[in-house]
Design a protein around this ligand. Sequence first.
Ligand code: AMP
Ligand code: TRP
Length: 341
Amino acid sequence: MTQAVHTRRIFSGVQPTGNLTLGNYLGAVKRFVEMQDHDWQTIYCVVDLHAITVWQDPEQLRRATRELTAAFLACGLDPARSILFNQSQVPEHAQLAWIFNCVARLGWLNRMTQFKDKAGKDRERVSTGLYVYPNLMAADILLYHATHVPVGEDQKQHVELTRDIAAKFNNDYGVPDFFPQPEPVIEGAATRVMSLRDGTKKMSKSDPSDMSRINLTDDADAISQKIRKARTDPEPLPSEVAGLEGRAEARNLVNIYAALSGLSAEAVLAEHGGKPFSEFKPALADLTVASISPISAKMRELMGDVAEIDRILGKGAEQASEIAEPILAKTYEIVGMVRSR
Ligand code: AMP
Ligand code: TRP
């Protein structure tokens, strides 16, 4: 990595908890790849410490960490242009998270909607890690003094909390410019890809129904079948975006088409408006297969050489540590910890 001065430092993370979905791809990874084409430093992390806030089988977690790394590489993340690494290999993440456990307020965490969704009715029985999860995410970002954080819509609140933690730390310790205020970057046609079975729920790796999502590992038949069976309404597609109002499922399919083709939703409707879903769905299926198939083929190839994946993660952890170590050391000094000699 050169010592060039970058105008932005990008950081983002994805949890190794099962297959990546089309939602992860369009809402996050595809944009991570595009961000490599600027004069920005790009740092992407497989966040296994976040994953274990809910139970993970150890062997499956190890496999999922390597698979997600393979997916990153297959989607076009390039270790020569980005730092790709695994959170638990850089211990400073957990160390800074502890400091932030002492900065963030209980009232702030109580407002986190993702915690409420994930904990459900059984709040007393979830791990305490799930509760302080946003503090660890703040540590991930601020440990690199990252300026921009590309995420899907669902993570906006966590990035806002990160800004609050940075501001409170700087204020409490009288270091006004120490932690920067990171900006969430939530843009593109598909910042919130919805379930194929229910247009009001986001497409998720953890949805019990596999028909609700497209996985990056699905083959052409599975993709076509899922799109053919996707829930829709009986009306043909409108010819303008305003006509998608109140039609969540139709809007979702149009947005997916737009994000995959690089067209705007307006342009998609200019072409497909007036068509019934029986015509639009095959076009969408073809486009999805053409986008996803090369990625799944590449993933399979990469998973054939696990040693190489581990080597890439090891190298990435070294590069990440070079940035993280001095920032954690400075943080400890600010907080009042005695340095060892
Ligand atoms: P996760 O799988 O929860 O670790 O999410 C990884 C990234 O994918 C985050 O930036 C999420 O915001 C994004 N993401 C997850 N699901 C979706 C979705 N259905 N639509 C858009 N972005 C998503
Ligand atoms: N919480 C994020 C998610 O579930 C993953 C994540 C962890 C992350 N640390 C991060 C995203 C830092 C952006 C920056 O999607």
